[in-house]
Design a protein around this ligand. Structure first.
Ligand code: FES
Length: 106
């Protein structure tokens, strides 16, 4: 288990004990993170699982992948730390990760 902190647009925070080997999105849903919708169930096809990775963590989580690009573009989310949380696999390297959820997943 690794501790991951989600900060909502209203400033409220929730730290979860995330399971390694599954996605950040799956961990968020399992722990009731309201800012993650994940309509497509993790197929990089809906863009409703977006998170904004804090600057210090972007090198660890990595950049937007080719698979993510179309959905992120379609969402209009231009935040420099944006990623699809369904495409981030939780690993021990993410211990202490901090991400923000956007104001809306529309
Ligand atoms: S859950 Fe749909 S894009 Fe991530």
């Amino acid at each position: 288990m690794v501790a991951i902190r989600f900060i909502a647009a209203d400033g409220s925070e929730q730290t979860i004990d995330a399971t390694c080997g599954i996605s950040l999105m799956e961990n968020a849903i399992a722990n009731g993170i309201e800012g993650i919708v994940a309509l497509c169930g993790g197929n990089a096809y809906c863009g409703t699982c977006r998170v904004h990775v804090e600057p210090d963590w972007r090198a660890v989580t990595g950049l937007v992948t080719e698979m993510e690009e179309p959905m992120i573009e379609a969402s209009g989310d231009t935040h420099p730390g944006v990623r699809l949380s369904c495409q981030i696999e939780v690993s021990p390297a993410l211990e202490g990760l901090v991400v923000r959820t956007p104001e809306s997943q529309e």
